[in-house]
Design a protein around this ligand. Structure first.
Ligand code: 5GP
Length: 201
């Protein structure tokens, strides 16, 4: 059986990553890894579904037990991808999406060079600011901090294999599936098929 593909999916806050993932996950051949974090749950978040919410002590125990594929600090909280959320699914042929920030993504780049790296950008900073304002949950000051943080992350987008602009959701999702399709048609994934065809000669 062909193993699943590890897909690293990063986007600054306000780029519509969550909505895109909701659409992508309607397809059964993908799953997202549930990360562990030390941050507090937000309203509506469910332990074990949104995140595995851990105390700092429990998080550190897992670090010591080598249970993480990668972990990073983001806005003073720890976040980490558990190996148990990734490898068993890849073995079953399921593509696993890691929704992680750029530092974690770059760590994955070194330990899993075969992973696929996709970065989502807004069409412009003006549009990003408009989307963050529309949420209406944050002050002007917090929004400006998020815009600055987003700019810092976008500056690293060149380290990813593909960049998708999330202007119209439908187009962005369709671009994502186009990337996956093209990747699966790469010659390196067809070696067995080529051997089989040649065996017939
Ligand atoms: P939030 O607190 O808004 O859910 O997530 C904050 C940031 O942490 C987001 O950029 C999200 O992609 C990232 N993140 C979530 N899980 C992980 C993880 O397991 N590892 C890393 N490195 N980043 C993560």
């Amino acid at each position: 059986m062909t193993k699943g593909r590890l897909i690293v999916f990063s986007a600054p806050s306000g780029c519509g990553k969550g909505t895109m993932l909701e659409e992508i996950l309607k397809n059964d051949s993908f799953r997202t890894a549930v990360s562990a974090t030390t941050r507090n749950p937000r309203q509506g978040e469910v332990n074990g579904v949104s995140y595995h919410f851990l105390s700092r002590e429990d998080f550190n125990k897992k670090v010591e037990a080598d249970e993480f594929l990668e972990h990073a600090v983001y806005c003073e909280n720890n976040y980490g991808t558990l190996k148990s959320e990734v490898d068993p699914y890849l073995e079953k042929g399921i593509d696993v999406i890691l929704e992680i920030e750029v530092q974690g993504a770059m760590k994955i780049r070194t330990i899993r060079p075969d992973a696929l790296f996709v970065f989502i950008v807004p069409p412009s900073i003006k549009e990003l600011r408009r989307r963050l304002n529309k949420r209406g949950t944050e002050s002007e000051e917090v929004i400006e901090k998020r815009v600055a943080q987003a700019a810092g992350e976008i500056a690293l987008a060149g380290n990813y294999d593909y960049i998708i602009v999330n202007d119209a959701l439908e187009d962005a999702v369709s671009d994502f599936f186009a990337v996956i399709r093209a990747e699966k048609l790469k010659s390196e994934y067809s070696r067995e098929l080529i051997d089989k065809i040649l065996d017939e000669v």
